[in-house]
Design a binder for this molecule. Sequence first.
Ligand code: DOR
Ligand code: ZN
Ligand code: ZN
Ligand code: ZN
Length: 349
Amino acid sequence: MRLPGLVDVHVHMREPGGTHKEDWDSGTAAALAGGVTMVLGMPNTRPAVTDNQTLDEALAAAASKARCDYGQYLGAGPVVPDVSGLAERIAGVKMYLDQTYGPLRLDEMDLWVRHFSAWPVQVPVAVHAEGRSLAAAILLASLADRPVHLCHVSTREEIEVIRMAKQSGVKVTCEVAPHHLFLCEEDAAAIGAGRSEVRPRLARRRDVEALWQNLDVIDCFATDHAPHTLAEKEGENPPPGFPGLETALPLFLNAVTEGRLSLEDIIQRYVTAPRRIFHLPEQADTWVEVDLDAAWEVRAAEMHSRCGWTPFEGWKLRGRVRSVTLRGQEVVRDGQVLAKVGSGRNVRL
Ligand code: DOR
Ligand code: ZN
Ligand code: ZN
Ligand code: ZN
């Protein structure tokens, strides 16, 4: 069975500044191994990507190391930058409206307003906003009459607010991460206290059920691939985040076998809608060969991410990536990543 190359609009590549967790080489190898041929990198790096200079640094690392196609987000900071000369170079703008990993956070709502109105409407704006912040973000984007993309929606109240906003014509889109569809708070004990830290947190069982019941409101699947090492996850102050690039498609394929999703549901949310919302180019001669019948067990030891663990360790899944072809080149074959370091292209060039 052949699928188009997947487009993941929410990944953390950790370069610059966190390359012991992941870099543009290991992270894009993980992407390809999972059938993802295009990634959009988040800006909460060290330094954070907030201006032309820090963007240059992140894009230089990506250009020399990425194995799949990529774009880079700019993080909204306390000073709204001169958008001309920046808007065309970025995948989108990320606004952190609640506390999570890294220094980027916008506390003042008047700053949200200034960013919403400063960026041209064709520049995608994605927000990390949970609960009431999410409702506030929808309101302010709507008042500014510009589209807003809501990252990693995880609860019943969030998805229901989004449904209402869409019904009244607000230009809102959203994504859900696989860990919020396949895990709930009751799984945290088995995963381990430190390891199970993630933002938004693993939700209640009824929240997970509400996401599945409102699948029609979910525009995109995106991993929020957020690698931290095992030492960090099991240390003093465990940073939040799960790796996800190498387990997302297998989890979705397994859900197809279980009758909870269709292949069309996956393609719609993991290729078509991401391209439309983020104005991304089609990738010619690019596809993923999957085996829907292959039964296997998830093992971090076989993965390419540098973080060395997965919250899905030991899960028995049906459905696996056999090979990936990117722009006519076979870049993955049976778990081996063949793509050359630096062969990925910047989607905004
Ligand atoms: O769990 C998370 N980890 N949520 C985020 O929003 C950020 C991410 C990270 O960068 O580690
Ligand atoms: Zn986030
Ligand atoms: Zn994230
Ligand atoms: Zn477009």
